[in-house]
Ligand binder design. Sequence first.
Ligand SMILES: Cc1cc2nc3c(=O)[nH]c(=O)nc-3n(C[C@H](O)[C@H](O)[C@H](O)COP(=O)(O)O)c2cc1C
Length: 205
Amino acid sequence: MTNTIIESIASRTTTSLYDSSVTLSDEQVRELVRIATTAPTSFNLQNWRFIAVRTPEAKARLRAIAWDQPKITDAAVTFIVCGQLADHSVMSQRLAPAVEVGIMPAQMVPGWEGAARGLYFEQPQRQRDEAVRTGAIGATALIYAAHALGLGSTPMIGFDAEAVAREFALSEDEVPVMLLSVGKALPENWPQKPRRPVAEVLDFA
Ligand SMILES: Cc1cc2nc3c(=O)[nH]c(=O)nc-3n(C[C@H](O)[C@H](O)[C@H](O)COP(=O)(O)O)c2cc1C
């Protein structure tokens, strides 16, 4: 029996060549981000932001500080996936909707807040690790959402992080974790590259 979700996950590839004539509507971009933000985050902090770069002017500005990668101007959109430094003080605000709909008892909130404070307060390395985890997991969800909708994607670390932060006005607490182009893939793209054998990457303990 085939499982379409697993087939979809397993058949994703990185797109290098995009059909530059294919664009995405605001609604399509919003839908990709809506699906991506169903991904999990630590304490449901949702410490991410997605900047959808898609005007010709903004694409050119981004490409210039991203190793001149043609995907950025050819793909319909390139997201600057930002992770925000983990901050326990936003916790009650982030958990409020789960309390309101009756999923989480209100008396649990201080416990989560205290745990997050213990983990992140005055711990810059952990705050940043969490920002990168959040951005990476959000980008991953977006990659698979795009694939399921018939779109190609390209995760990219080939960019100047400081220049991106400056050019696109990231806040002090935001880390540009990844660029992620999304658009219509051309048929000439490479197939998926072989992977290391599972036996080489899996240990049981
Ligand atoms: C964190 C990360 C950074 C990457 N950076 C780039 C990049 O800057 N430019 C690029 O063309 N591909 C980039 N890639 C794509 C990888 O080269 C690609 O995923 C890998 O070769 C495996 O190929 P596949 O995704 O088609 O299986 C990146 C992928 C990841 C996950």
